[in-house]
Design a protein around this ligand. Structure first.
Ligand code: NAP
Ligand code: ZN
Length: 350
């Protein structure tokens, strides 16, 4: 049973663009539907950078970011049968949803009409601000926690809890298979694992990057082709090629130039969330029947499907692990596009 009033060590930021500093906070009370885990690994998503740097508005401080959590179950609520103490589980960016609305009822909990409760920076009805994975312990609703396939290396599996499911879900929804030509724009945490997952689905896969130095690694991840996006000749040669383009870039793009790469009836999936607007002329969509859509993480069912595929193909992320005490260096590497390809914090010393 749960220990109440339990505290956790963490790294928090206290102002926009602030350094992460050691901090201690009280965990939320363990509810009957909740699970508690002690973290071993925590991925650094670019969404954490957007949050810490105020790209999406001023967050609630102190901010404990991190939404790729992996660790061992240390307590379960009275009604939880899904997990037992000692299980290796993970938690992604969603902590809860209303469970009753039309979206929740059709396995679409990320789009909960009441708004999804996020793993960090969300205010619960009792006023508690949720705190994420840059911490020793975490408590969340067990519906939004998942068993990690035993064959997957834990450091490489942690980023599947956001990066993996976020790219898997739209590839699944677009029906990607051996007949599909898929391009992935932006080869960071999301993009590099999108290459692996699209390849495992049987697609012909192209990586489109601003970084020529990533070519050999992207091909080792599963890309058949590699395009340097600043090379106009390479971009022009790829015009009208792709059925699906996943855009995982954390920056704004020359949208018209990239859209010209889709073939008729192709689909653009916007995953990157830079603070910018997307200016498009209607005819850029109309004349080729293009679908332009967004996608947000994945539902619990999508997580199960993603782990089934990644477990079967032994897909994990390419990671660089650092002890959590080096968190500020890890955050800066992500800001500077120097992570290869996901920074993962480890908690041995906490
Ligand atoms: P990341 O690891 O930092 O990778 C982003 C990639 O974008 C970089 O590796 C780089 O790839 C490209 N890039 C960076 N600066 C660029 C620039 N100035 N011009 C063009 N490309 C640039 O980030 P991530 O963790 O994969 O996250 C990517 C984006 O997805 C973020 O905006 C994040 O907030 C968002 N996200 C969305 C969801 C969702 O549910 N929709 C979930 C998670 C994350 P190249 O070097 O290959 O160009
Ligand atoms: Zn994320």
């Amino acid at each position: 049973m749960a220990a109440e009033q339990k505290k956790s060590l963490a790294y928090a930021t206290f102002e926009v663009k602030g350094e992460a500093k050691p901090w201690e906070f009280e965990l939320h009370e363990l509810g009957a539907e909740d699970v508690e885990l002690k973290l071993t690994h925590s991925g650094v998503c670019h969404s954490d950078i957007h949050s810490i740097d105020g790209d999406w508005g001023i967050p609630n401080f102190p901010l404990v970011a991190g939404h790729e959590l992996l660790g061992e179950v240390t307590a379960v609520g009275a009604n939880v049968t899904k997990f037992k103490i000692g299980d290796r589980i993970g938690v992604g960016p969603q902590a809860n949803s209303c469970g009753a609305c039309r979206q929740c009822q059709r396995n679409s909990e990320t789009y909960c009409t009441a708004g999804m409760v996020q793993t960090y920076n969300s205010k619960l009805p009792d006023g508690y601000i949720t705190k994420g994975g840059y911490a020793q312990y975490h408590r969340t609703n067990a519906k939004f926690a998942f068993k990690i396939p035993e064959n997957l290396d834990p450091a490489g599996a942690a980023p599947l809890l956001c990066a993996g499911v976020t790219v898997f879900t739209p590839l699944k929804e677009c029906g990607v298979d051996y007949k599909s030509k898929v391009a992935v724009v932006g080869l960071g945490g999301l993009g590099h694992v999108a290459l692996k997952i699209a390849r495992a689905m049987g697609a012909e896969v192209t990586a489109i990057s601003t970084s020529a130095s990533k070519e050999a690694e992207c091909k080792s991840f599963g890309a058949h082709e590699f395009i340097v996006s600043t090379d106009d000749a390479q971009m022009a040669a790829a015009a009208g090629q792709f059925d699906v383009i996943l855009n995982t870039s954390s920056a704004s793009l020359d949208w018209a130039k990239y859209l010209s790469l889709l073939q008729a009836r192709g689909t653009w999936v916007q995953l990157g969330a830079p603070p910018c607007s997307i200016g498009l002329a209607p005819f850029q969509l109309i004349f080729k029947g293009i679908s332009f859509r967004g996608s947000l993480i994945g539902s619990p069912r999508d997580f199960e499907d993603m782990f089934e595929l990644c477990g079967r193909h032994n897909i994990v992320c390419a990671v660089e692990t650092v002890p959590v005490s080096k968190i500020n260096e890890a955050l800066q590497k992500v800001r500077d596009n120097k992570a290869r390809y996901r920074m993962v914090l480890t908690f041995e010393e906490m």
